[in-house]
Design a protein. Structure first.
Length: 341
């Protein structure tokens, strides 16, 4: 997805902190994250970390991870009350999660606790001011009912076991949504997200996304969704600029039956059953095209009418000799190889 992700500078289990270097990294436009994998590493430094949390904005954060064979004690968070970006992820267990209620400055929160103790954790009042939330629940069924109170949330990555998924539709300011390992629950609520520009559907299982009506989404990614085989409503995404379809082995065809004026980048990767990619002439703004490990026949594909705007093409089968011939043919036709820049 073409969002402006910042580079992360990780400071792992530090004995001392270098405020001058941290300031330099932050002023260079990076995220700086001080992270701890075990209580033995943060015993004497958290108060200094909190002073930096108070000084800097949400681009300076704190992460607790690992703690293997231990349950992370969230009372530890009371030592960093000014934290704005907090990550509790790659944790097996955690207890005293009610301590999150004492963190009044949170802007961004990532929760990835395998054995999450509280299925109603989103009911904690201080979380309602969040702008960014990433949360995975693999054992407890996470109750999303509380989202109706999250009026500031702009970025949501959610996954695992959930109930009241429709409550996401109450997040009127949501710009980015990733649904991770959420199976078969209908997606009608997406139609209520008028400000949504970025949608990712990752893992889980569903056959289609037909519930999603005409919208203003600019970036769509569908990756490794079990049973997915129908993309016939793709032209409902009339504002789409980038489309990524990956690891969809049951998808047989993608067709554009009406003009999609905004689409500039199209990637179809590892969709081994895909044998038809039709209607390319409808993509009048397409600049970049990647087709990798599909059943699409190159000779037939390249003979169809392609957009005059198209300048970068990568077409590969993972067979070296075949791909060399294809690359030579594309060069002769005036196409550059796809560049990620």
């Amino acid at each position: 997805m073409p969002m402006k992700w910042k580079r992360r500078v990780l400071i792992n289990n530090p004995d001392v902190l270098d405020p001058v270097q941290i300031e330099q990294d932050l002023r260079s436009g990076n995220h700086v994250i001080v992270q701890f994998s075990h209580p033995e590493f943060y015993g004497s430094i958290l108060e200094e970390v909190d002073e930096l949390c108070e000084r800097w904005d949400e681009n300076f954060g704190v992460r607790f991870y690992g703690h293997y064979s231990l349950s992370f004690d969230c009372h530890t968070l009371l030592r960093i009350p000014h934290v704005k970006m907090l990550q509790l992820n790659s944790l097996g267990k955690a207890h005293n999660t009610e301590a999150l209620a004492k963190l009044n400055h949170l802007y961004s929160l990532s929760l990835g606790i395998y054995e999450l103790e509280n299925s109603d954790i989103l009911g904690i009042d201080t979380l309602r001011s969040l702008r960014i939330l990433n949360i995975m629940s693999e054992k407890k069924i996470l109750n999303l009912h509380y989202f109706k109170e999250y009026s500031h949330l702009e970025h949501l990555h959610i996954g695992g076991k959930v109930k009241n998924l429709d409550a996401i539709g109450d997040l009127e300011g949501l710009n980015y949504l990733a649904l991770h390992s959420i199976s078969k629950m209908p997606l009608h609520f997406v139609n209520r997200l008028r400000k949504l520009k970025h949608l990712r559907i990752l893992l889980g299982g569903r056959e289609h996304i037909q519930e999603i009506e005409e919208n203003e989404i600019e970036d769509l990614e569908i990756c490794r969704v079990r049973g997915f085989h129908d993309l016939t409503n793709i032209t409902a995404f009339r504002a789409l600029k980038e489309l990524v379809i990956e690891d969809q082995i049951q998808l047989r065809e993608i067709g554009f039956d009406r003009e999609m004026k905004a689409l500039e980048e199209l990637s179809v990767m590892n969709c081994k059953g895909l044998n038809s990619l039709a209607g390319m002439e409808q993509l009048c703004s397409l600049r970049k095209l990647r087709i990798f490990k599909t059943a699409v026949d190159f000779d037939s594909f390249i003979r169809q009418k392609l957009p005059s705007s198209l300048s970068m093409v990568e077409f590969a089968t993972a067979k070296s000799k075949v791909d060399q011939d294809i690359q030579e043919a594309l060069i002769k036709l005036g196409y550059q190889k796809w560049s990620m820049t």
